[in-house]
Structures are given as structure tokens and as C-alpha cells.
Design a protein around this ligand. Structure first.
Ligand code: ZN
Length: 377
């Protein structure tokens, strides 16, 4: 969005306000002032965007802080649950041992009982035979059997008790396993939450980085607009200086090259292919050829200027200004006093141009005039 506006401003700067064919009128003080107004309104927009971005940045920083707190709290919970899992597992292991112990004791007791059963069976059986044979004390046998029966019954009760105890341990084991399972699932949920929070944090970090970049880009844009405004302001100041015309006859600005490929006045524009006012004359000259001051004067502009590319403007006093456009390089700086014939730039094809040539203009009191009568005759 800001880049879009920045691009628009750049386009307006190059092709609108300081466009090639509208240059003649834009050079007027009023035009400069309009450009300044536009620049100031663009700067206002940028200022609003900066405020918005700064507010966004503040909110992102706050969200980052709150997510970092959440992450810390989730990490604390995870640690607690991990501890509880360890504790539960310890208890579970002890219970498992308890269970194994109880079971082995039960097996032992069952063995004893089986042995007793066998003894009882044998005794009972033998006793019966002996009773039948009448060679054994029957009462002794009965009391012995009775005693065995009592021991057996006691052992059976004990076994039942042991089995009940085993069942209790079994229940405890089940409860512990359930507890562990729910803790593990809770931990897994918390880990997912932690992961999600980390992702949120990463995306917020990215957002913050992007905001920083956007703010930086806006600052650069603002700097450029300020620079443009400064340029136009200084140009206006220079245009206001009224000095007496230095006088004399202008010389051709490209020594050795005098062929005019495009005259002053209405013509079909070579790039835009529409009939437009040609505000100067185009002189055929190779790239790098010298461009000289047509007359004594003071350089009032030496810089890039929209579709004109690199431009020199020389004030000759009395409202007469000459302009040299599409230069490949500029030799003198703004403010320099130059004499007629002094090299001020080199021929080139910068800005909106189809090839190396010099676009030469003469301005008289803010209006463009045909330069031909000024340099010939
Ligand atoms: Zn031209």
C-alpha cells in the first residue's frame, strides 16, 4: 500500500509535474509552487502511514509480550505435569511389584493347598481301606482327618483374603495407569499449545520485521520527497533573482555539431507518438560531445530532472535562461558562474530520449521561445 503510493508519487514526479512536454509550463513559478504543494500533501500521507505503522508496531510488541508470557506459563505447566508423571510412574512401578508379589504368594498358597488336598485324599482313601480292612484305629483316623479339614479350611480363607488383597492392588494399578494416561494426554495437549504459541510468536516476529522494513522504506521515501522539495524550493528562489541580461549573441551549444533534427514548435513526439509542443530544438551530436554555455551566466540547476534526464540550466539575467537536457554527465554545479563557450556538460541520452542528442531550450521571462534566432544570424 505504502509502496504503491510511493510508486505513484515517483510516477507523478517524473511524468506529471515534471514531465517532458509539460516542462515548459512547469518551469513557471506557479508550477513549482504546485509541485511543492503536491510534495507536501504526499509527505502528509507518508506521515499518516508512519503513525499507523508505529501504532501497528506497538500492538505487535504487546502481542509478542503476551505470547511470551503464555509460553512461559505453559512451560511451567508442562514441567509440573512431567514431575507428576514421574511420580505416578514410580508409584505404578511399586504397585506392579506389589501385585507380582501378591500373585506369587497366591500361587504358593495354592500349591500348599493342593498338597494338603492330595494328602487329605490319600489319607482319606487309605483310611477307608484300612477301616475296611479293620487294621487301623478308626477314631485316630477321623480326628486326623478333622484336623486336616480345619487346616484346609483356614488356608482357603487365607487364600480368599489374599485374592481380595490382590484385587485391591489390581484396582490401584488400574487407577494409576489411568492417571498416567490422563497426565500424558494433558502433557501432549500442552505441548501442542506450546507449539502453536511458538508459531504465533514466529509469525509476529516476521510481522515486526516487515513493519520495520516498511517504516524504513517510508523514511527513505520521505527523505527523497524532502530532497525534491528542497530542490524545487531552491529553484524557485533562483528564478526569483532578477539580474540584468548579460547581453551579447549566443553561440551554438555543441561546437562542431549544428544539425537540427527536430525544430521548435508543434511536432509528432518521437517517444509518445502524439503532437506536442516541442519546447526547444534537438541537435544531433554523439554521446560524450561537449556541451558549452551559450552565453555568460550562472548555473541555476545541475541535476536530474524527470523526463529531461540530466539537465543544466543557466541564468543569463534579464529573464533569459538556457536549458541543456539528456546529458550523459554534468560538468558544473548549480551556483557556478560560467562564461560563453565553457564546457558545462556532455551529450547523452538520459531521461525520455530515443538516442544521443542535445535538447536545447531558451526561456524568456518564463516562456519558451525558438532558440534558433538566438544562436544564429
Ligand atoms: Zn527535444
Amino acid at each position: 500500500m505504502r509502496r504503491w503510493i510511493a510508486a505513484l508519487v515517483a510516477v507523478v514526479m517524473v511524468f506529471g509535474a515534471v514531465g517532458m512536454e509539460s516542462y515548459a509550463s512547469s518551469q513557471d513559478l506557479q508550477k513549482y509552487q504546485e509541485q511543492l504543494k503536491k510534495l507536501q500533501s504526499d509527505m502528509k500521507k507518508i506521515d499518516q502511514q508512519q503513525r499507523q505503522l508505529t501504532a501497528n508496531q506497538k500492538s505487535v510488541v504487546q502481542r509478542i509480550g503476551s505470547i511470551e508470557n503464555s509460553i512461559r506459563s505453559v512451560e511451567g505447566e508442562i514441567n509440573d505435569i512431567s514431575d507428576r508423571i514421574v511420580t505416578t510412574e514410580g508409584t505404578l512401578n511399586a504397585t506392579l511389584m506389589e501385585l507380582a508379589n501378591a500373585e506369587s504368594k497366591i500361587v504358593e498358597k495354592k500349591d500348599t493347598l493342593n498338597q494338603r488336598l492330595r494328602v487329605m485324599y490319600k489319607t482319606g482313601h487309605v483310611g477307608y481301606l484300612e477301616v475296611l480292612l479293620g487294621s487301623f484305629n478308626f477314631e485316630d483316623m477321623l480326628s486326623r482327618m478333622d484336623m486336616l479339614q480345619k487346616i484346609y479350611e483356614h488356608d482357603t480363607t487365607l487364600l480368599e483374603y489374599m485374592q481380595q488383597q490382590r484385587d485391591l492392588v489390581e484396582e490401584k494399578k488400574k487407577a494409576l495407569e489411568e492417571q498416567r494416561a490422563s497426565l500424558v494426554s494433558l502433557k501432549s495437549d500442552l505441548s501442542s499449545k506450546q507449539k502453536k504459541l511458538s508459531q504465533d510468536l514466529t509469525s509476529l516476529d516476521t510481522e515486526q520485521q516487515n513493519l520495520k522494513k516498511d517504516i524504513k522504506a517510508l523514511e527513505a521515501q520521505e527523505d527523497r520527497l524532502n530532497e525534491d522539495a528542497k530542490k524545487i524550493t531552491s529553484l524557485i528562489a533562483k528564478l526569483k533573482t532578477t539580474e540584468k541580461y548579460v547581453g551579447g549573441k549566443m553561440m551554438f551549444p555543441t561546437p562542431g555539431y549544428t544539425r537540427i533534427t527536430s525544430p521548435f514548435g508543434n511536432r509528432l513526439h518521437p517517444v509518445y507518438k502524439t503532437y506536442k509542443m516541442h519546447t526547444g530544438i534537438d541537435i544531433a551530436a554523439p554521446s560524450g560531445a561537449k556541451i558549452v554555455a551559450a552565453l555568460d551566466g550562472k548555473v541555476i540547476y545541475s541535476d536530474w530532472f524527470g523526463g529531461y534526464g540530466k539537465v543544466i540550466m543557466i541564468d543569463h539575467g534579464g529573464g533569459i535562461v538556457t536549458l541543456y537536457a539528456h546529458c550523459s554527465s554534468l560538468v558544473v554545479k548549480a551556483g557556478t558562474k560560467v562564461t560563453k563557450g565553457q564546457t558545462v556538460a556532455k551529450v547523452g541520452t538520459t531521461g525520455v530520449s530515443t538516442g544521443a542528442h542535445l535538447h536545447f531550450e531558451v526561456r524568456q521571462n518564463g516562456k519558451y521561445v525558438n532558440p534558433v534566432p538566438w544562436v544564429t544570424g
